[in-house]
Design a protein around this ligand. Structure first.
Ligand SMILES: Cc1cc2nc3c(=O)[nH]c(=O)nc-3n(C[C@H](O)[C@H](O)[C@H](O)COP(=O)(O)OP(=O)(O)OC[C@H]3O[C@@H](n4cnc5c(N)ncnc54)[C@H](O)[C@@H]3O)c2cc1C
Length: 482
């Protein structure tokens, strides 16, 4: 009998635990450790943030699903890693602390044969002075409760516009090293469409701010799409959309401080500037959780397991942008020191950014961190689970399945406005996720079509329902691709 412990119930961890339970016999134990009571479909937070969905539409309780499927569920958070056990036992374990129920506040050693770390990012609001949802007129849409709060605040601003008071709206990234530009991009387009629908668009100044070198970079080192017989860049596409909607933009900006209605930023020219606003949604820096690891004797071995995120089979040798290759990216997602530990989704430490790193004249790195969106996170979760199943069933340590972002295509459906007949979304495919300039010297990726229209909105709505169905592990859930 083997025991597999999964940490985190997001896209990566929940997918991993689902496939482990499906493909391992009942004699093997599958354990989920997560502080969450609910599963959440994060992409629809954009729509909660404009009042078109509620948290109830995008979440469901985890306990009944895990109970039904025979997954041991501990509503707890991991605190430290002990991959060699301790002076009491050789069994590797993680120390966890319960966050709810009768055991709230209690700590427990959860031992394992295999461990998957899928703890995602820490939403590091502290990395930007004054940036915290609900403070200084800023909000976030990074979780369903943040998004619900964002809608309450946006509604107040819309009411003021209806009373004839002009409002300034600022949306984008709130740190020089933030990621997730795509979510902020969707939100600004959705807010703009909502203001048109509410008849108050002429009462708002809408402004984008981000750490991208140019608009449409999205932390992916830019994008190209096939349109007819030619190619259009992500930059051209994004600029066209903003121009058509009267959205102003500031890029190459690292926000470092927020005060009541004022964001301070540094740009690549080394200038320090400020922007005033009445409502701001700024994505925080995504940091590692700061976990500690200890060996059998209790010595600190954190650097074997973690940089900011978990160390895996990536090439972490520092090298200039010109020398980066897709081979730098991990494909086994396995820790080199402890091969029974894997990391999936945002939890693995990337070898470097995807976009070319740039420093301001003052030496501040102003570059998006590499996004690892839902689809690759779930693919990584499934692949790691498949490998563990293979190892258990064959009794070998063979890592059979690989999941490098350098070989993986990612589909993105970016909402540009909500509405059954008036909504739209941009449908795009990036293949591979990490540009491979050796294989595809011109564009770094295979040139794929992008399209935009109401069909994209319907697709995004269908994806919402399909993924919630899949996450609930309803009949034949595994047929739905990641
Ligand atoms: C507003 C928004 C919109 C987005 N839209 C899209 C989209 O349209 N398409 C797309 O592909 N991607 C989208 N993304 C990105 C996508 O949500 C992420 O890529 C994805 O959530 C990453 O999955 P993950 O499992 O690695 O991390 P997460 O989903 O963050 O999951 C991490 C899990 O670990 C848990 N955890 C944290 N700390 C601990 C601990 N100490 N112990 C145990 N568990 C812990 C968390 O509670 C959580 O359950 C969006 C993101 C945002 C914020």
């Amino acid at each position: 009998m083997a025991k597999v412990v999964v940490l985190g119930s997001g896209f990566a961890g929940h997918t991993a635990v689902s496939f482990l339970r499906k493909n391992l016999g009942k004699e093997h134990e599958v354990v989920m450790v997560t502080p969450n009571s609910k599963w959440q479909y994060i992409p629809s937070n954009v729509w909660i943030g404009i009042g078109k969905m509620t948290p109830a539409d995008t979440t469901f309780p985890l306990a009944p699903v895990y109970r039904k499927k025979g997954i041991v569920y501990k509503q707890a958070k991991v605190i430290s890693f002990h991959p060699e056990g301790d002076n009491e036992s050789d069994r590797p374990y993680v120390l966890v602390e319960y966050v709810s129920g009768d055991k709230q506040g209690q700590q427990e050693k959860v031992d394992y044969d295999y461990l998957i770390n899928a703890t995602g990012p820490k939403l590091d609001f502290d990395a930007t002075e004054g940036l915290y949802p609900g403070k200084n007129k800023t909000v976030s849409i990074c979780s369903f409760d943040h998004a619900e709060h964002a809608w309450k605040e946006l509604k107040k601003v819309i009411d003021l516009m209806k009373q004839g008071k002009r409002q300034r709206i600022l949306i984008g990234t709130g740190h020089a090293g933030a990621t997730c530009q795509g979510a902020a991009f969707e939100y600004i387009l959705n807010v703009e469409k909502l203001l048109r629908d509410e008849g108050v668009r002429d009462m708002a100044d809408i402004q984008w701010i981000s750490n991208e070198y140019e608009l449409g970079d999205f932390g992916m080192d830019g994008m190209y799409f096939k349109v007819g017989f030619s190619a259009i860049t992500g930059n051209e596409l994004a600029e066209k959309l903003f121009h058509a909607r009267g959205i102003k933009f500031t890029v190459q900006a690292g926000v470092y401080k927020v005060e009541d209605g004022k964001a301070y930023y540094e740009n690549l020219d080394g200038e320090y500037k400020e922007i005033e606003y009445d409502f701001a949604m700024l994505i925080p820096k995504f940091s590692g959780h700061g976990f500690k690891a200890y060996d059998k004797e209790g010595n600190d071995i954190t650097e074997k397991l973690f940089k900011a995120f978990m160390v895996v089979d990536a090439d972490y040798t520092p090298k200039p942008y010109e020398e980066w290759t897709v081979q730098d990216w991990p494909e086994k997602l396995q820790n080199p020191s402890y091969p029974n530990i894997f990391a999936a989704g945002i939890a693995f430490h990337p070898p470097h950014t995807i976009s070319q790193p740039r420093k301001s004249k003052n030496g501040t790195v102003i570059t998006p961190a590499p996004p690892r969106t839902g689809m690759p996170s779930a693919i990584m979760g499934k692949t790691v689970a498949d490998n563990i199943v293979h190892m258990i069933k064959t009794g070998t340590d063979e890592v059979k399945h690989l999941a490098s972002m350098g070989n993986m295509g990612v589909a993105c459906v970016a909402s540009a406005g909500y509405g059954t007949f008036t909504g739209s979304a941009i449908v795009m495919l990036l293949d591979p996720a990490i540009p491979d300039y050796k294989k595809y010297p011109k564009y770094g990726r295979r040139l794929k079509m992008a399209s935009m229209g109401v069909h994209g909105h319907w697709m995004k709505k269908i994806l919402h329902h399909m993924f919630i169905y899949k996450a609930k592990m309803k009949p034949f859930w595994w047929i739905i691709p990641e």
